[in-house]
Design a binder for this molecule. Structure first.
Ligand code: ADP
Ligand code: MG
Length: 705
C-alpha cells in the first residue's frame, strides 16, 4: 500500500514548506508536489487585455487600468473603502466593504493600478465591488495567457497557490505514463501537453471548452483519473482477495435435506447463484460477492444454503439485516428450516433482554450454535464468533459502508482468516455505476422470479375515494386474504427517505407514529369484522414480534404500518398493499413496498392513494411506478429523477476517487478506462503502478474505506 495515511490533525508532506502552508494544502487534499500538478483550475480569468473604462462591458469580468484620483474610508451606509480611478475615457468607482490597511495604501492617490472584476451600473456611476487590484508601471506588459483560478481554502491566496503549482510543474516528471499505442488509439493528447494547457491555456484556446471540461486536454486528464480509479478498485479487490479465508467445503449433509424439505425447487437463476457462491466459499480466499435480485426473487434461500455450507464445514455463519422486523423474519424462516435438521440458530437484537442475549452469546461462543441472525447488534462487541466463516448482509444498501464492513473489520489486522462475505440487495446497480462496482465486487444476479407469481396490479386512487379502498380491503379479507396499509411519511423534505437520527428526524418519527395510531383506530372502526394490527418503529421488539406473528398466522387481517415493513417482510397470503400519500415516497421505497405482495398464488394489487395537488416530481414518480414493475427500470428512472443518490457506498461506487471525471457525463471514457485497466494489469503492471502512484500515491485512505 502507498504512503502512510494522513490524518487531519497532523501535517503531511511538503517538508520544505512552512507548516501552516502545508496544512492548508493538506486541506485541499494535496500532500506532495505531484498532487499540485493535478490540482487543476476551476476556471480562468482573462487578464490579457485591458478595456477602456468607458467601453468596458457591463455585467461580465473585465480588466481596466487607471490612475487613482481619490481613496477614502466612508461610513455610510457602513464602513467601506471607496476609491476612484480614471483613464482617458472615463472614471470608475472601486468599493471594498472589508479591507486591509495595505489595500488602502496600495490605492494611494496617483498610483497606477490594473483592476479586475465585474463592472456594474451604480447610483453614482459605474463601479466595481471588491475588484482584484494590481499596482503596475505605465506600459507594463500584459500577461500572454489566461489566468487560472484554482479551488482554494481560507488563508491560501490564488497567487501563492499558482506559484506553488508552477514550481511543482518544473520539479515533477510530466512523462507520459500511458502506453503510446493506447494513447493514440483513444486519440488523447500527451500528459505534459494537457496539464500545461490546463494550467496555462495559450491564447486562442477555447475558454468555453476549457471551462466546461470538454477540451481534449480535459479528456486526457479525466481518462487517466478514471483509469487510476479502476486500477485502485481492482488492486483493493485483489488485496482483500489475497487474504486467507477458511475453506468451506460443503458436504451436502445439511443442504441436501433442506432442499428436499422445501415445497419448491430452486429457479435456475437461484441455482446459478448458489453454485457461484459455493465455488467461492470453497477457495482459501475471502469471497466478496453481491447477490442482487429484485424484490421477491428468492435471495433468502440462497443465503441459507451458503450458511449451511459453512455449517457443514464446521464454521459459523451470521446473517445481518437492517431492521429488527426483517431480522426476526429471517430468524423464523431459518429456524423453521433448520431446527428439523438439528441446527441451532442464535438470535441477537438490540432490544433483546440481557438474559436472552447472554444465552445466545454463550451458544455462539461454545459453538453450540453455528448460525446467528440479527440486526447490527451482531457486530457490536462483545459478540464473539470463535469461528465465523461467512457473514451475510441483507439489504446491504440500508447499512452504511462502515457498518457493512464492521462485521469483517473485526478480523482486519488480525492473523485469523477473514470470513467470506455475501451482500444482498434488491436495489439494482444503475448502468453508470456498474463499471466501478464490478471492479470491486463479484456479482451474482437473480434475474428471474419464482414461477407462478401473479403480476401485481397497480392502481392510482385519489384520496377522495378512500372509501372505495376500504371496501376493497374488506373484499380481499373476506376471501381469506390479508392487506397492508402503509401510513404516510411525514414530509420534511421533498422525497422522503431515511429519517435521520437527529432531533428533526425524531419529531418526524413522532408525527409518523401519531398518524399510524390514528389510521389504525379509524380502520378498526371502519372494518369492525376484521382484526387490524399496528406495527411501527417505536414498538418494543417483543410487541413488534407479537403483531407480526399474528399477521403471519392470519389472526390479524389488516396490518397498519409505518415504513418499518419496507424491506424484506414476507407474508405470502397478503395480497393487497395500500399506500397512503404515495406521492411522498421515493421510487425505491414504493417498489420495495409493492414487492411485499404478489408473493403467493393469489392475484395481488397495490393501491397508491395520492392527494392533490401533486408536485411535478411526485407526479413523475407515481407515473414511473404505475407504468413499471421491473426494479431495474425503476432504479434507472430514480437515478434520472433524483441524480445518483445513496445507491451504493462511496467505496463501491468509487466516486470518492474522482475529482474531475463524471461517471454519467464521461461514460465513454469510463468504458475505455475499464478495458485499459484490465490490459495494463495483465501486460504492463509497471505502467499501472506508475499511474496509481501519480494519482493516489499521496493518499491511501480510500483503500480502507
Ligand atoms: P427476496 O429476494 O425479496 O429476499 P425472498 O427470499 O423473501 O425474496 O423470497 C420471496 C418468496 O418466494 C418467499 O416466500 C420464498 O419462500 C419464495 N421462494 C423463493 N424461492 C422460490 C422458488 N424457487 N420457487 C417458489 N417460491 C420461492
Ligand atoms: Mg429479502
Amino acid at each position: 500500500m502507498p504512503a502512510a495515511q494522513p490524518t487531519s490533525s497532523d501535517v503531511s508532506g511538503f517538508s520544505t514548506l512552512p507548516k501552516p502552508l502545508a496544512s492548508r494544502l493538506n486541506k485541499l487534499g494535496l500532500f506532495r508536489e505531484a498532487d499540485l500538478v493535478l490540482h487543476l483550475p476551476l476556471r480562468y480569468e482573462d487578464e490579457t487585455q485591458v478595456s477602456p473604462i468607458a467601453g468596458a462591458p457591463l455585467g461580465v469580468s473585465a480588466q481596466v487600468e487607471g490612475v487613482v484620483l481619490s481613496c477614502e474610508v466612508g461610513f455610510r451606509p457602513r464602513r467601506q473603502l471607496v476609491a476612484r480611478i480614471a483613464d482617458e475615457t472615463g472614471e470608475l468607482t472601486l468599493r471594498f466593504l472589508n479591507f486591509y490597511p495595505s489595500q488602502q495604501k496600495q490605492l494611494a492617490e496617483g498610483a497606477r493600478v490594473r483592476v479586475f472584476g465585474e463592472i456594474r451600473g451604480g447610483f453614482f456611476g459605474h463601479e466595481m465591488v471588491h475588484p482584484r487590484v494590481k499596482t503596475v508601471r505605465e506600459g507594463e506588459a500584459l500577461p500572454a495567457a489566461l489566468t487560472p483560478v484554482y479551488p482554494t481554502t481560507a488563508g491560501l491566496a490564488q497567487s501563492a497557490l499558482r506559484k506553488l503549482i508552477d514550481r511543482a510543474m518544473k520539479q515533477i516528471s510530466l512523462a507520459d505514463l500511458l502506453p503510446e499505442a493506447l494513447r493514440k488509439s483513444l486519440r488523447l493528447p500527451e500528459f505534459e501537453r494537457s496539464v500545461r494547457a490546463l494550467h496555462h491555456p495559450q491564447p486562442g484556446m477555447s475558454i468555453t471548452a476549457l471551462e466546461d471540461r470538454t477540451h481534449p486536454a480535459w479528456r486526457r486528464i479525466k481518462f487517466e483519473e478514471l483509469l487510476a480509479q479502476q486500477l485502485s478498485l481492482r488492486k483493493a479487490y485483489a488485496a482483500r482477495r489475497a487474504r486467507r479465508a477458511p475453506v468451506l467445503r460443503g458436504s451436502g449433509a445439511l443442504s441436501g435435506p433442506l432442499l428436499a424439505s422445501l415445497p419448491f425447487a430452486l429457479t435456475s437463476a437461484q441455482q446459478r447463484a448458489v453454485d457461484e457462491i459455493a465455488r467461492d466459499l470453497g477457495t482459501p480466499h475471502p469471497m466478496q460477492r453481491l447477490l442482487q435480485g429484485d424484490v421477491g426473487s428468492g435471495k433468502t434461500i440462497v443465503a441459507a444454503l451458503a450458511m449451511l455450507q459453512a455449517a457443514e464445514a464446521g464454521w459459523q455463519a451470521a446473517l445481518m439485516a437492517p431492521t429488527e422486523i426483517l431480522a426476526e423474519q429471517h430468524f423464523r424462516k431459518l429456524d423453521a428450516w433448520l431446527t428439523p435438521l438439528g441446527i441451532k440458530v442464535a438470535w441477537l437484537a438490540g432490544s433483546q433482554k440481557k438474559k436472552a442475549r447472554e444465552a445466545a452469546l454463550a451458544m455462539l461462543a461454545s459453538g453450540e450454535a453455528l448460525l446467528a441472525v440479527g440486526t447490527h447488534a451482531l457486530i457490536e462487541d462483545p459478540v464473539a464468533f470463535p469461528k465465523l466463516g461467512l457473514a451475510v448482509v441483507d439489504e446491504q444498501h440500508r447499512f452504511g459502508v462502515r457498518q457493512r464492513l464492521a462485521l469483517r473489520e473485526k478480523y482486519e489486522g488480525s492473523d485469523s482468516p477473514l470470513p467470506h462475505m455475501l451482500m444482498m440487495s434488491a436495489t439494482p446497480i444503475p448502468r453508470t455505476l456498474a463499471m466501478s462496482f464490478y471492479a470491486d465486487l463479484d456479482v451474482s444476479v437473480l434475474d428471474e422470479l419464482p414461477p407462478g407469481r401473479m403480476p401485481i396490479v397497480t392502481k392510482l386512487v385519489a384520496d377522495t375515494r378512500r372509501d372505495d379502498v376500504v371496501a376493497r380491503v374488506r373484499d380481499a379479507c373476506r376471501e381469506g386474504r390479508q392487506a397492508y396499509w402503509v401510513c404516510p411519511l411525514i414530509e420534511e423534505t421533498e422525497g422522503g427517505g431515511d429519517s435521520g437520527r437527529g432531533g428533526k428526524g425524531r419529531d418526524r418519527e413522532a408525527l409518523q407514529l401519531q398518524t399510524a395510531v390514528e389510521t389504525c383506530e379509524r380502520l378498526t372502526a371502519e372494518l369492525p369484522e376484521l382484526r387490524v394490527g399496528l406495527v411501527h418503529g417505536r414498538l418494543k421488539a417483543d410487541e413488534k414480534a407479537a403483531v407480526m406473528d399474528g399477521f403471519i398466522r392470519n389472526e390479524v387481517q389488516v396490518l397498519v404500518a409505518t415504513t418499518v415493513i419496507e424491506v424484506g417482510v414476507d407474508v405470502p397470503n397478503a395480497s393487497l398493499m395500500v399506500i397512503e400519500h404515495a406521492e411522498r415516497f421515493g421510487l425505491a421505497q414504493l417498489h420495495q413496498l409493492r414487492g411485499r405482495v404478489g408473493r403467493g398464488a393469489a392475484a395481488s394489487a397495490c393501491i397508491l392513494i395520492y392527494s392533490q395537488p401533486l408536485s411535478q416530481t411526485g407526479r413523475a414518480r407515481l407515473k414511473v411506478i404505475y407504468e413499471n414493475t421491473d426494479g431495474f427500470v425503476i432504479a434507472q428512472e430514480d437515478l434520472r429523477l433524483r441524480g445518483p443518490g445513496e445507491f451504493i457506498g462511496a467505496r463501491q461506487s468509487g466516486s470518492a476517487l474522482l475529482r474531475y471525471a463524471d461517471l454519467e457525463a464521461d461514460a465513454d471514457l469510463v468504458e475505455a478506462a475499464r478495458t485499459a485497466a484490465e490490459e495494463l494489469l495483465a501486460r504492463q503492471p509497471a505502467a499501472a503502478a506508475a499511474i496509481l502512484e501519480r494519482w493516489h500515491g499521496g493518499r491511501s485512505e480510500y483503500l480502507k474505506a
